[in-house]
Ligand binder design. Structure first.
Ligand SMILES: Nc1ncnc2c1ncn2[C@@H]1O[C@H](COP(=O)(O)OP(=O)(O)O)[C@@H](O)[C@H]1O
Ligand SMILES: [Mg+2]
Length: 521
């Protein structure tokens, strides 16, 4: 049952009997008033009777009283008369045998005046009776309560009090609707007051709590109220306020961290480009040499128009091809160095790995590293940021290349496959399908104690200008943002030396962060 209903029922249950009791008391008072009126009236009638009859002589008593009684019946008077005692012709006294009357009769004789009472009839109705003693001349002369003073006869006056019962019932019937109206009015009033004062604000409070539970902390509830509910609401508001501040603080921290990570990633990119500078110069140098050679050849033939026309076509094609190669190299470097906002798309991991291999392709060739690339024909797309994933690939590839001494016939194995696994530390989570990118080299390897440190910022074993110690830090952050993780094995399983880096990225991300949110996790 609702609170308002319960309180209303309780209030009605308390007040209705009280009102009923008051009503009953009022009705009883009314009955008592009416009965008192009746007694008074009876006394007046008795006085009038006595005034008309007394002094009453023993001889005329019976006919006088009989005549009076008969007249009262004839006129249908309010009070009917009955002879209770009278002297008969022999001078002896006759009296009624009705025990009720006898009691009254004796009381009247004793009291030396009229005595009345109310009584219940056998049929349950109430009636009023009065015994009126009547005196003759001699007795009237005696003072009241004189022991010798005795009435000649006693007359009974009787009246049904049904009319009192009817009047009381009529009053009850008249007041009952009022009573009902008061109870209903009270119940409705209490209900409305509770609805407005308690139920409605409580409902608003509950709605507010639900909103807060859903994450909306901007609500301020019932601040205008100054009662108990207002106090609760104010405490609640203070709590949401504190939560809001905490959340804003957290957001600020997250944003600061995000900004810092973005800067870190960008500077790591630039450092990578710096490290590649020599190789880029080398890569651009070769086609430039070719272009220069072809241009000189054309210059030599310039004096001989026949030779020139023969060679122009071929040389121009070669020059164009070399320019295209330079353009491609520069585009790749520019592409990589360009700072872009994080975007989430469906990344074709094999393509991204292929592009990263292209960037370091010339170096691999020059160092005589044998490369083996294994990619599955069908692998679902990885939700993520292609630039960031490419940065990870490039980091790992460059680390692998750096670990292998130049010209010593290194072996680089790049494998992509799909695996179904549980994320480490989430033993109860359902197994998920991940893309597994493995970059495996047979280089110097990582000494066991150093494996702990390689993801630490600025941890590097390379010479100044060769390494920044940020590559793996940044890679780790990026992969984590993609809900994945990195594993290291040095040496890889079943190999005498070298290192294997494994990157796991979820293929289907059921609860993918909204576009642009990668990096915020
Ligand atoms: N494939 C690898 N083989 C051997 N050592 C590696 C390999 N990858 C990373 N390392 C070690 O981890 C360190 C940190 O790598 P990284 O964070 O990329 O920074 P940097 O390459 O600038 O040194 C490297 O200096 C190196 O000692
Ligand atoms: Mg590195």
């Amino acid at each position: 049952m609702k609170l308002s209903t319960r309180v209303t029922v309780l209030a009605t249950m308390l007040v209705a009997p009280m009102l009923g009791g008051l009503g009953y008391a009022a009705l009883r008072a009314r009955r008592a008033d009416l009965e008192a009126d009746l007694s008074r009236e009876a006394r007046e009638v008795a006085e009038a009777l006595r005034a008309g009859i007394e002094p009453l002589s023993a001889e005329t008593a019976v006919p006088t009283l009989t005549e009076r009684a008969w007249r009262a019946r004839e006129h249908d008077d309010a009070f009917q008369l009955e002879i209770l005692r009278a002297p008969d012709r022999d001078g002896r006294s006759w009296q009624t045998s009705d025990p009720g009357w006898l009691v009254l009769l004796q009381a009247a004789e004793q009291d030396d005046g009229p005595v009345s009472r109310f009584f219940e009839r056998a049929d349950g109705s109430r009636a009023f009776a009065m015994a009126v003693p009547l005196y003759d001349e001699a007795h009237l002369a005696l003072p009241r309560q004189h022991p010798a003073r005795r009435p000649v006869a006693v007359l009974g006056m009787k009246r049904s009090t049904d009319y009192i019962g009817r009047a009381v019932r009529a009053t009850a019937l008249r007041t009952f609707p009022l009573f009902l109206a008061v109870v209903v009015f009270l119940a409705v009033g209490v209900l409305l007051a509770l609805r407005n004062g308690v139920t409605a604000p409580l409902k608003r409070l509950l709605e507010g709590i639900d909103e807060v539970a859903k994450g909306d902390l901007s609500r301020v509830l019932l601040a205008e109220r100054e009662d108990d509910i207002g106090t609760i609401a104010n405490r609640f508001n203070a709590m949401t306020g504190a939560l809001r501040e905490a959340r804003e603080e957290m957001d600020r921290h997250a944003n600061a961290r995000l900004a810092m990570e973005t800067r870190l990633r960008q500077s790591e990119k630039l450092a990578t480009i710096g490290q590649m500078a020599a190789e880029i110069a080398h890569e651009v140098g070769t086609p430039l040499n070719v272009i220069g050679g072809r241009a000189r050849a054309l210059e030599k033939k310039a004096s001989d128009p026949a030779e020139l026309s023969k060679n122009v076509q071929k040389n121009v094609e070669i020059i164009q091809a070399q320019v295209a190669r330079i353009t491609k190299i520069i585009t790749q470097v520019l592409d990589f160095s360009r700072k872009r906002g994080p975007t989430v798309t469906r990344v074709d991991l094999a393509r991204v790995v292929g592009e990263a291999l292209d960037v370091v392709g010339e170096t691999i060739r020059r160092q005589g590293i044998a490369t083996e690339v294994r990619t599955p024909t069908a692998l679902g797309p990885v939700p993520g940021d292609p630039d960031q994933i490419q940065q990870v690939c490039l980091n790992l590839l460059m680390n692998a290349i750096h670990a292998m001494p130049a010209g010593a016939g290194g072996r680089l194995r790049v494998t992509i496959e799909s695996v179904t696994r549980r994320k480490e530390g989430l033993d109860r989570a359902p197994a998920t399908t991940y893309a597994h990118l493995q970059i495996c080299d047979n280089g110097a390897g990582i000494p066991a104690p150093a494996v702990q440190d390689i993801f630490e910022p600025f941890f590097t074993t390379k010479d100044e200008g060769q390494g920044t110690g940020l590559g793996l830090t940044v890679s780790h952050g990026i992969v984590k943002d993609h809900d994945g993780w990195i594993e290291v094995q040095s040496p890889p399983q079943g190999e005498p030396n070298g290192t294997s880096f494994s990157v796991f990225l979820p293929i289907e991300a059921p609860a993918l962060a909204p576009a642009g949110a990668i990096g915020k996790a």
